[in-house]
Design a binder for this molecule. Structure first.
Ligand code: SF4
Length: 359
């Protein structure tokens, strides 16, 4: 075994794994690079900047403040506003327990206790920013949903509060999809607690709260996350254990941005296998770095997973071009045959155009 995960990270405080990161990890379970960096608590935004390929996404300070103000509005009136969106006619009594405790592990234990007490009590309870624990690739991850509501019948509902608008009752499908994947991670973590809590069950439908039309009035919609839940469960179980990935690294390697030059960091990052796909551009801070490497290697993955799937055994752009030119590849391979046919059609089209220009 090489250095510990803390040594890989350096003296910086561990960057916590959140549900968004876990959802992205679950979307690309073959990427050892992301699994290791996330497992070691490396801040990938800082690392990407040090590599000279800063991430191109993230929330602006303005959007953050706006989101914060909207969330406060949704949770106003001691949680009654939020419960109204959830459906009960007029919830008179809403309990909002204090979840403060020292450190994430302490807060997760406090949350589990509050969930048990609320379920036993049988009323409406709003858990504001509870802390949930989930083991991922052998490392604990602590997750903080916006809220969890405990129903009088023992049901627990995850609440996701987003600042993108819901117009005429519908929001941007890609944003709803991302919120559903994130919420599925919370549901998964909550199920661990529910499994040891008598009378509890986790709703597989989460409450998505957004601003209504172009106002800042909250509106809500129930989102079924069963599909996302089963994908996330399966993908997270497939992740290689972080220690196993770390054990294959060269001795003394570190991602410490303070102690290493850009070249040393590049060598360290490139020592860990990656699985770049264009989807990384909207999900991972290291996307520009990995895309550069995938392009340098001529990997067909850089063109997209569906293209990669259609090309079968041809894994590089050079191999694809050689197959299309008839210089390599098995002509009985359907991918090679399709490439040669496409190349012949292209040559024919170019020849016809040239002939038309000369006339
Ligand atoms: S950008 Fe790189 S590190 Fe991030 S998930 Fe994609 S391949 Fe993995």
């Amino acid at each position: 075994m090489r250095g510990s995960l803390a040594e890989l990270r350096g003296p910086a405080a561990p960057h916590p794994l959140d549900a968004r990161a876990l959802a992205a990890l679950a979307a690309n379970p073959g990427c050892r690079r992301r699994a290791l960096l996330d497992g070691a608590g490396v801040d990938k935004t800082v690392l990407a900047t040090a590599l000279g390929t800063p991430a191109a996404f993230g929330q602006s300070q303005f959007a953050f403040m706006r989101g914060h103000a909207f969330e406060a509005r949704v949770k106003a009136d001691g949680g009654r506003e939020l419960l109204r969106l959830l459906g009960p006619e007029e919830p008179h009594e809403v309990s909002v327990p204090d979840l403060a405790a020292a450190g994430p592990a302490g807060r997760a234990a406090r949350t589990a206790l509050a969930l048990r007490e609320a379920t036993r009590a049988g009323g409406w309870t709003l858990l504001d920013h509870p802390m949930l624990a989930l083991e991922v690739a052998g490392s604990p991850a602590y997750l903080e949903p916006d809220a969890v509501v405990v129903h009088p019948d023992g049901r627990w509902t995850v609440v996701e509060i987003k600042s993108f608008p819901m117009i005429d009752g519908a929001a941007d499908a890609s944003k709803v999809g991302a919120a559903a994947r994130q919420a599925a991670v919370y549901v998964l973590a909550l199920e661990r607690v529910a499994a040891v809590t008598e009378g509890a069950r986790v709703a597989h439908s989460v409450l998505l709260v957004c601003p209504k039309d172009f106002s800042n009035l909250p509106t809500a919609s129930a989102v079924d996350v069963r599909k996302q839940l089963s994908v996330t469960r399966r993908q997270l179980a497939r992740l290689t254990r972080v220690e196993e990935i770390a054990a294959a690294l060269p001795e003394g390697m570190t991602f410490d941005v303070e102690a290493c030059s850009a070249d040393e960091l590049r060598a360290a990052v490139d020592a860990v296998p990656h699985a770049y796909a264009p989807e990384c551009l909207s999900a991972c801070e290291l996307a520009f770095h990995c895309r550069e490497r995938a392009r340098e290697a001529g990997a067909v993955e850089a063109l997209g997973r569906s293209v990669r799937g259609e090309l079968g055994g041809l894994t590089t752009v050079d191999a694809v071009l050689a197959a299309a030119r008839g210089e390599a590849g098995d002509p009985d391979d359907p991918a090679v045959a399709a490439l040669r046919r496409a190349a012949a059609l292209r040559a024919q089209a170019l020849a016809e155009r040239e002939a038309a220009v000369c006339r």
